[in-house]
Design a binder for this molecule. Sequence first.
Ligand code: GSH
Length: 224
Amino acid sequence: MSEFTLLIGYRHTSSWSLRGWMMMRKTGAPFEEVMIRYRRPEDKARLLAISPTGKVPLLIHRLPDGAVRHVFDSIAIGEYLAEIFPERQLWPRDQTARAFARSIAAEMHSSFRDLRDRLDMNLLARVSGVQVDDEPVASDLARIQSIWTEARQRFGEAGGGPYLFGGFTIADAMFAPVATRFRTYGVTLEPVPQAYADAMLADPDMRAWEDAARREDPPEPRPS
Ligand SMILES: N[C@@H](CCC(=O)N[C@@H](CS)C(=O)NCC(=O)O)C(=O)O
């Protein structure tokens, strides 16, 4: 049995699963991936038996002494992995950069409800004609572009990589699904945020997730 198991949901639509999965992949550690089709009652029951929230992602860490830790909620998974794999620098090393990275990761976790509702994650779809220039969606879009631009210009551009702080961090994992949403709905971005979104979509792990989504049956309809 693998030391780490990550429970995830539909690769097409489960944005929180993608976040947790990207964090796990960036540790470089091997892990078992279990996909739960949580819209099927039997799978939902299986998930509820393991996960205190009944939601994915859920990280299971089996320790050599037999102890088992369950870490639920994407941001907690990121914090946990950053602690277990300090050498991977899942948070930026510089404290000022790290303070900003933590703030924007938390902001992504708690905010942008209007944009998330309007631009549902639908990884492989391409949809035209969705309005993003009306309030409050337009403010969410402006704020995300401003976060990406500030991170790139203050930290990323000097940091030797195409991500918000140079190398990939938990903040990037939190915004990864947003880059896919902008592509799905053909949202036009300013040059700096667009370059960042392009880098995210070209990330080898992001591509691996997308390849796996192509091999996966689409989600069942939401239970009524
Ligand atoms: N705040 C949680 C959100 C987790 C969440 O809502 N996951 C969705 C999939 S994207 C889920 O498990 N849904 C199962 C259900 O609603 O039955 C996190 O950050 O991990």
